[in-house]
Design a protein around this ligand. Structure first.
Ligand code: GAR
Length: 190
């Protein structure tokens, strides 16, 4: 039976694009839609070019989550994949999709996680702290930012010369390599 994915993203969407491309020819996994809270998010352009419907759900819709729940039912979504999505997911959605919502975070959680820690802010903090390594964490979502049960981590080494941009490049490379196959593996258990 086909498994359906919805990707939630707020910004550029390079991970979303990578995931869509990964499953493009897959008969049993479909990326059914991309949901963004921002109408100007570049991820919507990427989705359009790749033939995946993009839906804008403004901030007000993320309070009760009722309309979003309806939308996901309509598209028969089995797994929600967060890829650079910055709003809080309503508790009601967590209850409807228990262990069916995953996130990727651009650090080795629990380091450099929590509210306000996202994207380049994470890499800047890592460089300021002179960390010798960084990486990615793929985890289930719970009601606390970046605290859900970890599924997978991968590490990259840093040098003393690395700028936040260098760290971002290394971390993005790990995200592109590992997020799609981890999603694929997870879907086999659903
Ligand atoms: C990714 O690095 C992702 O790990 C991060 O935002 C970036 C989105 O890039 N997510 C978070 O920081 C969540 N706390 P993209 O839009 O190019 O995929």
């Amino acid at each position: 039976m086909t498994k359906n994915i919805a990707i939630f993203a707020s910004g550029s969407g390079s991970n979303a694009e990578n995931i869509i491309r990964y499953f493009k020819e897959n008969e049993s996994v479909k990326v059914k839609l991309v949901v963004s809270n921002r109408s100007d998010a570049f991820v919507l352009e990427r989705a359009k070019l790749l033939g995946v419907p993009g839906v804008v759900c403004p901030k007000s819709m993320w309070v009760s989550g009722e309309e979003i729940e309806k939308l996901l039912k309509e598209y028969k979504v089995d797994l929600i994949v967060l890829a650079g999505f910055l709003l809080r997911i309503p508790d009601s959605l967590l209850h409807v999709y228990p262990n069916r919502i995953i996130n990727i975070h651009p650090s080795l959680l629990p380091k450099y996680g929590g509210k306000g820690m996202y994207g380049d802010r994470v890499h800047e903090a890592v460089v300021t702290a002179r960390e010798k390594e960084s990486g990615i964490t793929i985890h289930y979502l719970n009601e606390h930012f970046d605290e859900g049960e970890p599924i997978f981590q991968a590490t990259c080494e840093l040098t003393a010369e690395d700028t936040p941009e260098d760290v971002a490049r290394k971390v993005h490379a790990l995200e592109y390599e590992y997020y799609p196959p981890i999603i694929e593996k997870l879907l086999q258990t659903i």
